[in-house]
Design a protein around this ligand. Structure first.
Ligand code: CDV
Length: 310
């Protein structure tokens, strides 16, 4: 057995007015609980340090640089890294990254148990739009404030296994999991902020959106025989609702833990990385069964092109 005791640290809402310091205090409280419950790894949401600011439109995007971190750790987050080292707990969290040469990314990091950053991921699948869209019930301006990630889908040998990262909308795309699956991933860490309402289809309802959340994560786990830990920022941020439903899914695609609230809530589960080997050596033994000669369109074509009308 190769056990990773993982803590999914769902976070309740963060208001625009909340300081980084106040948020880090909440993250530390969740970490203290995770440590008391024996966790090796704690996973926080996408953009864990701030409100989900891409819902707000500003004409001059430079005004929003205040939501971005120029270094990691920094003064606000250093206490979190120090506590992680004290507890000997690895962590994963998301934040808005502004690089020294002026690039903006929606980023997540992985640390080892000493609090050292060992992995970085920058969100590849940015949802939403670039300009103000009056037809939507709310804005989702990730394409305005971020560039698509430039690091690809890597995995890291940590915690005795092979760990990967993705962010929010990435979880809906099978390519996300498969690229990591092809590197033998055994646990995928995903933070998310998902509005409870579909901005382009209000009648959809939160339950349907939570169904799509489970469907995507469970399929990714099963089809790649990997654990997936998906962690929400939830609740009402300045009048805008995000659903919760953080979940831990086993390599068979089954949910082993799921959040019940829309607040700060910890799920802890003991994950045996060896449980990935059955799927990886049987039905999803990629080396034995994949037929790459038929998959060319996946990387040569972006949009769907139906055949000509008869
Ligand atoms: N933060 C996100 O990437 N949210 C998207 C919403 C906009 C659909 C998601 O896939 O959950």
């Amino acid at each position: 057995m190769r056990i990773v005791n993982v803590a999914a640290a769902q976070m309740g809402p963060i208001q625009k007015a909340d300081s980084r310091g106040a948020v880090v205090k909440r993250m530390i409280a969740l970490m203290d609980e995770a440590s008391a419950r024996g966790a090796d790894l704690i996973v926080y949401p996408e953009l864990a340090l701030t409100t989900f600011f891409p819902r707000w439109y500003v004409e001059d995007r430079a005004e929003f640089d205040s939501w971005f971190e120029r270094e990691m750790p920094n003064d606000a987050t250093r206490p979190l890294f120090e506590r992680a080292a004290q507890h000997q707990i690895a962590m994963n969290f998301g934040y808005a990254e502004l690089t020294p040469d002026g690039h903006h990314f929606n980023t997540a990091i992985l640390t080892d148990k000493s609090g050292k950053i060992v992995g970085k991921y920058r969100k590849v699948h940015l949802p939403g739009h670039t300009y103000y869209d009056a037809n939507r019930s709310h804005q989702h301006l990730e394409k305005r404030y971020f560039e698509p990630g430039d690091l690809g889908f890597n995995v890291w040998r940590e915690l005795g296994g092979v760990i990967g990262m993705a962010i929010c909308n990435d979880r809906r795309w099978p390519e996300t999991y498969r690229v990591m699956g092809l590197q033998g991933v055994e646990m995928v860490l995903i933070g998310y902020n998902t509005p409870s309402e579909n901005a382009e289809r209000r009648e959809e309802g939160t339950e349907k959106r939570m169904f799509h959340n489970r469907l995507s994560v469970q399929a990714g786990a099963y089809q790649n025989a990997t654990w997936v830990v998906a962690v929400a920022k939830a609740g009402v941020e300045d009048g805008h609702a995000l659903f919760g439903g953080s979940l831990i899914v086993d390599p068979n695609g089954e949910i082993v833990a799921e959040a019940e609230t829309e607040g700060d809530e910890l799920l802890v589960h003991s994950c045996d990385l060896d449980a990935t080997s059955f799927g990886k050596t049987t039905i999803f033994n990629f080396a034995q069964h994949r037929r790459i000669e038929h998959y060319g369109l996946i990387t040569s074509r972006t949009g769907a092109v139906p055949p000509p009308e008869k």
